[in-house]
Design a protein around this ligand. Structure first.
Ligand SMILES: [Zn+2]
Length: 112
């Protein structure tokens, strides 16, 4: 009795590369970096002298004064005209700033 061998066909699954997904974000990040020019650096330094603690940490009663970033409450991408408007600015520590940016990025991706 002869045995029939079936040659198994291997299906190669289409792997979605994460590269394609992250590329646009990377591009935007580069553009953002460009707009953080010297003028902004001076402006944000002055702003940080007025606001000494992370606003978000302060809400929880924590006084974080190191590694502070000046954040745009309404992101620059949405309202570039509010770049130097103090009411749209807040001082955040690196950790809080990171969380906010992460949420914004997530929200954007979901919305689109
Ligand atoms: Zn903080």
């Amino acid at each position: 009795m002869k045995k029939k061998f079936k040659i198994p066909t291997i299906k190669v699954p289409k792997i979605e590369t994460s590269e394609n997904k992250t590329l646009p974000v990377e591009e935007k990040r580069k553009e953002n970096q460009k707009s953080y020019d010297n003028h902004w650096r001076k402006f944000s330094n002055a702003f940080r002298k007025k606001h000494l603690f992370c606003k978000q940490c302060l809400k929880e009663g924590v006084y974080t004064y190191s590694d502070l970033h000046v954040d745009h409450i309404i992101p620059l991408v949405q309202r570039p005209d509010l770049k130097y408007v103090e009411s749209n600015l807040q001082v955040l520590c690196r950790s809080c700033h990171g969380k906010k940016t992460y949420k914004e990025t997530l929200g954007k991706e979901k919305g689109q």
